[in-house]
Design a protein around this ligand. Structure first.
Ligand code: SAM
Length: 287
């Protein structure tokens, strides 16, 4: 092995050790093992809900939309709060995955199809316990989760919003429930390392999620609670994000709170806006 290759190998070994040591001492990762969540992010959501009025526990919540949901920790945590239970599931399935079959007719894998039109599958049957639906959207496949209808799609694709409505109608939540009580966005795009580009991309996602919420979130008055209509939005710190908060979020929600959860690594630039009590200045109909 050359001197340079040895150095690289040593550096890799050192960073692997650091990573392993961080993983083994991370309380959230230990808790994940105990609670069987697909990701440590589940604890961020539970922590935020518990610290801010237990918005996931409200009995009137009928629809939660989880954007950027893979591998599925938030969706799992939300579905469990909404009364879904692993044992109550009758039929596993998912919505919108384009599965590819091999020559023998066995599932060989799945692929990304932004339209997801031709491959609707029957999802979980409703549990007698589950009182609400979670619609999870991600570019990546989400393993089946009780109470969660997964949609493998690009949230930024113009047709994805229609697909989300389709899921809501399909699973029995009808016209009165075509809007969400809670919209969660933990979307994180792949960072390029070029700050200007990454900042722009992250702000673009914030605007897109806000536009989606503006049209698809139930208002506090429709729900009948002053802090009803919740948007939890991940963002990455940079100078323009505060202007976005002031312009788009503050005038349309009763409370907008900046949150850096304990379970979020301190070195990470990520933080959240928790927006409660949706009372938009103007409401558009999406029909
Ligand atoms: C931090 S992860 C989400 C973790 C998730 N909340 C959990 O609890 O498991 C961010 C996700 O955003 C997704 N994402 C990024 N851009 C997206 C887009 N345009 N549409 C849908 N999902 C996207 C990524 O694929 C990734 O799975």
């Amino acid at each position: 092995m050359s001197f340079r290759a040895t150095l690289v190998a040593l550096a890799q070994r050192k960073s692997s050790k650091e990573w392993l040591s961080r993983q083994s001492s991370d309380p959230w990762i230990k808790q994940r093992a105990q609670n069987d969540f697909y990701s440590r992010s589940a604890f961020k959501l539970l922590e935020i809900s518990e610290n801010y009025g237990n918005f996931l526990d409200k009995q009137d919540v009928g629809v939660v939309i989880d954007l950027g949901a893979a591998p599925g920790g938030w969706s799992q945590a939300a579905a469990r709060k909404l009364g879904w239970d692993v044992d109550s599931v009758k039929k596993p399935g998912s919505y919108g995955l384009k599965q590819e079959l091999d020559k023998k007719g066995k599932v060989a894998g799945d692929s990304y199809d932004p339209l997801n039109i031709d491959d609707l599958e029957k999802g979980y049957e409703h549990s007698p316990d589950g009182r609400a639906i979670v619609v999870a959207v991600d570019l990546l496949t989400i393993k089946p989760i009780p109470g969660v209808q997964s949609l493998k799609a690009d949230f930024l694709h113009p047709l994805t919003e229609g697909l989300i409505h389709d899921v809501l109608v399909r699973f029995g939540f009808g016209f009165g429930r075509r809007k969400a009580d809670i919209i969660l966005s933990d979307i994180a795009m792949n960072m390029t390392g070029v700050a200007v580009h990454d900042d722009e991309a992250s702000l673009r996602i914030c605007h897109a999620v806000w536009e989606f919420a503006r049209k698809n979130l139930r208002t506090a008055s429709e729900i009948g609670r002053t802090r009803g209509g919740v948007l939890l939005l991940k963002h990455f710190t940079h100078p323009d994000v505060d202007a976005f908060r002031q312009k788009c979020l503050v005038p349309n929600f009763r409370d907008v709170t900046y949150i850096k959860p304990r379970s979020s690594r301190s070195e990470s630039k990520e933080a959240y806006y928790l927006c409660r009590g949706f009372e938009p200045e103007t409401i558009d109909n999406f029909d």
